[in-house]
Ligand binder design. Structure first.
Ligand SMILES: *Cc1c(COP(=O)(O)O)cnc(C)c1O
Length: 386
């Protein structure tokens, strides 16, 4: 049976295929890691966000087993009914203390946390000022908030200041990735805070890629930003923390307001309490993770030294585990990614429209679970293909 609505959708799928924009999911068998089995092929993977190698860590597995025996699997209810387990509550307290904020709230994902914060803190008469390279979840959250949505060029503080000065909005919020997910560079936190103070705005920083990695694992906030009541901090917990979920840390009144009003927090079943137990263990591993972070830093230095002078691509300026190799044309990035895969090295090609025209790149991500030999193999392969 076919009908017009279904036919239109199938035409849409065919058009994506014709334009080489169709997306496919790779299938992972076994555990996520620096070495993984993906679509049946054993590869060295340079594409996960498991920056510290915690996703399959034995200590986290033990925490999961212990919590499973104690509290089963499902949370069974939303947080405001009976789904709020002691593990959730303990994690929020431990997280707030670790990142140096008065209070915290655990969401089921970073996407939901961004949605929760922006739709709750801004009224229709408010305005969001957003970096153009912000993550898609922040863009969606700003749009769904119903507030005016103003974007500034990447890290362009002069343009942002002009926009803030021109705004008559009731309630302003500056939203930025702290570490930009496709570029690996870091937002100018103190300069953004200066502007937030001058124009009486909230500063919302999404540190999906910095938490666990930067500043002894405490994330990319500066000391001033930790101390400022107008800074709202987000860490997602499926990346370096190796588990799932996201935590918002802020002034206690902001957290109370979110508990009262944030619909993506209120109207959803709490995440399984065993995940919160894993997060408590992950936080311990992050706090004690100096060795992992030192290894990660060594690998970043090794990669950057090894890829200097490559003709086919240039490493973008980045000190974080996100090390994009700028190629240019979509087709060239895809061809290089395929050639690497033939050598059992998995590095995804990021193309337009995810990044702007002619900036297609290989997005290399490093993990403390990589060895120097893993990185040497990637360097060698890229030179052989140059
Ligand atoms: C991954 C990511 C998110 C979404 O977090 P999830 O927990 O995966 O939903 C939000 N913001 C940024 C910058 C991200 O990279």
């Amino acid at each position: 049976m076919t009908f017009a609505a279904l036919t239109r959708l199938q035409q849409g799928l065919a058009a994506l295929k014709d334009d080489h924009l169709e997306r496919h999911r790779r299938i992972l068998d076994g555990a996520q890691g620096a070495h993984a089995t993906i679509d049946g092929q054993r590869v060295i993977s340079f594409c996960s966000n498991d920056y510290l190698g915690l996703a399959a860590d034995p200590a986290l597995r033990d925490a999961a087993h212990a919590a499973l025996d104690q509290c089963g699997v499902g949370a069974g209810a939303a947080h405001l009914i009976t789904g709020h387990h002691r593990f959730h509550d303990d994690f929020e307290a431990a997280f707030a203390r670790f990142v140096g904020k008065p209070a915290a709230l655990l969401f089921s994902s970073g996407y939901m946390a961004n949605l929760g914060v922006l739709t709750t803190l801004l009224a229709k008469k408010g305005e969001v000022f957003a970096d153009k390279l912000n993550h898609a979840s922040l863009v969606d959250a700003a749009q769904l908030s119903g507030a005016s949505f103003t974007r500034y060029r990447h890290n362009d503080l002069a343009q942002l200041e002009g926009q803030l000065a021109a705004s008559a909005a009731l309630g302003k919020l500056i939203a930025s990735d702290l570490v930009f997910s496709m570029d690996g560079d870091v937002a100018p936190v103190d300069a953004l805070l200066d502007l937030a103070e001058r124009y009486d705005a909230w500063l919302y920083l999404d540190d999906a890629h910095g938490f666990g990695v930067l500043n002894d694992g405490r994330g990319g906030l500066t000391e001033r930003a930790r101390a400022s009541d107008r800074v709202i901090y987000l860490a997602t917990l499926g990346k370096a923390a190796g588990v799932a979920g996201a935590a918002v840390a802020a002034h206690a009144s902001v957290i109370d307001w979110l508990i009262q009003k944030a619909r993506p927090y209120i109207y959803t079943t709490a995440s399984p309490p065993l995940l919160a137990a894993c997060l408590l263990e992950s936080l311990r591993q992050i706090e004690a993770g100096g060795t992992r972070r030192a290894q990660l830093q060594r690998l970043i230095v090794q990669l950057r030294a090894g890829l200097a002078g490559l003709k086919r691509g240039t490493l973008m300026a980045s000190d974080t585990p996100i090390q994009p190799l700028l190629i240019g044309a979509n087709a060239d990035a895809v061809a290089l990614s395929l050639a690497l895969l033939q050598r059992d090295l998995l590095v995804p090609a990021i193309r337009t429209p995810t990044v702007s025209a002619n900036t297609a790149r290989l997005r290399i991500t490093l993990s403390a679970a990589h060895s120097a030999d893993d990185v040497a193999q990637l360097i060698q392969a890229l030179h052989a293909l140059d």
